[in-house]
Design a protein around this ligand. Structure first.
Ligand SMILES: *Cc1c(COP(=O)(O)O)cnc(C)c1O
Length: 386
């Protein structure tokens, strides 16, 4: 089955699979905290699937099974946010374990590794994973996990998943890939060798800027059980209504992603020719250094790009005057979003480190929405003047 069909037909096209049997095309929202267990006491000694909604909820289960199918994994888990998914997955590691991660992973993932988990004894080395040799050099005796994100954020660097995941496999590491920017519609890391995929479903999967949610998928049942122990024990679970919003978003992912990617490509090309723009970062551009690797591992370049203006003043003026884009944190919604990494997603990274990574005061990240490209270009043109 092709990817678009799978977004609609993945076992949860009706409520049959979630335990109901009405044939409803919408999965019921089980707004409940607990489940009556009398049946288990009636002599039937029946093992009941649901007992308490932190441990499991039929609406959440439908979303969890859906994302597992889409990512080609065995088990799926839903969380209250993307960072809850990242934190909970990292929670399967132990004190003294060493993690190698990409140096421009999502700012919040870097922060949880560098603060909270550091306090709990996890060691971290960040490297530029667009060069796989850097990963090999960073490996230590106690290295237990590799954390990757591609394209990276906010500079859209591409990491060769197959090569890097093979390094992880050879070294016996648990490999974790944050697939938020690409979604399983464009890229499926488990098929390329990843052990665990994580998502901020807040972004493209939810797709409408109306829900905070996270997901994780494991390649094996054993890893799934370890993630489940943290999901249930730590308890960062989403409510059923949020699960419904994400499932609703997934159904339209194909049309949104296709349209938003086309706009991103056109906008990137236009920005490249603009006199006030010095750099454009988009993996779909001919001269992007990671383009061929991205084409080999993903079926598209996604809908996020970034660019640098000549001066800081121009960047601030753009963010203050652009009309058809929200000047906001986040991405992947139906509306175009312009964000300013130095003050938003990457504000928690020390200025010197940001400078080293190329996250300058002139850098603006764009997530394209469903507006018409011509309107966006006309609006961006005005915001880049002056
Ligand atoms: C937004 C984001 C996260 C964090 O997700 P939240 O839903 O905001 O907690 C993690 N990784 C990436 C790549 C993101 O863009």
């Amino acid at each position: 089955m092709k990817r678009g069909t799978l977004l609609i037909h993945n076992g949860h096209e009706t409520d049959y699979a979630s335990g109901c049997s009405t044939g409803a095309l919408g999965i019921p929202i089980y707004q409940t905290s607990t489940f009556d267990q009398k049946l288990a006491y009636k002599g039937a000694a029946k093992e009941l699937e649901f007992d308490y909604a932190r441990s499991g909820n039929p609406t959440r289960k439908a979303l969890e099974e859906t994302i597992a199918v889409l990512e080609g994994g065995v088990k799926g888990y839903a969380f209250s946010s993307g960072i809850a998914a990242v934190s909970s997955v990292l929670g399967i590691l132990a004190a003294g374990d060493h993690v190698v991660a990409g140096e421009d992973i999502y700012g919040g993932s870097w922060r949880i590794l560098n603060t909270f988990y550091k306090r709990w004894g996890l060691e971290l080395t960040v490297v530029d994973t667009s060069n796989p040799d850097h990963i090999k050099k960073a490996l230590k005796k106690n290295t237990k996990a590799l954390f990757l994100e591609t394209p990276s954020n906010p500079l859209l660097k591409i990491t060769d998943l197959k090569t890097c995941l093979a390094i992880a496999q050879d070294a016996g590491l648990i490999s974790i890939v944050d697939n938020t920017f690409m979604t399983p519609y464009l890229q499926r890391p488990i098929e390329l060798g990843a052990d665990i995929v994580v998502h901020s479903a807040t972004k493209f999967l939810g797709g409408h800027s109306d829900v905070i949610s996270g997901l994780a998928v494991s390649r094996t049942l054993e890893l799934g059980q370890r993630i489940y122990a943290v999901q249930n024990g730590f308890g960062a679970v989403p409510g059923p209504w949020d699960c419904t919003l994400v499932m609703r978003g997934i159904k339209t992912l194909k049309v949104r992603m296709d349209a938003e990617e086309q706009t991103a490509r056109n906008l990137a090309l236009w920005l490249k020719s603009h006199p006030q723009v010095t750099d454009v970062f988009y993996p779909g551009l001919e001269d992007h250094p990671g383009r061929t690797i991205n084409e080999a591992q993903a079926s598209g370049a996604g809908a996020v790009l970034s660019f640098r203006t000549r001066t800081t003043e121009q960047a601030l003026h753009f963010l203050g005057t652009v009309k058809l884009a929200a000047a906001a944190v986040s991405l992947g919604g139906v509306e175009t979003i312009a964000s300013y990494p130095v003050r938003m997603s990457h504000a928690s990274i020390p200025p010197a480190e940001r400078q080293r990574l190329g996250i300058t005061d002139t850098l603006i990240r764009i997530s394209t929405g469903l507006e018409d490209t011509e309107d966006l270009i006309a609006d961006f043109e005005k915001a880049l003047e002056g």
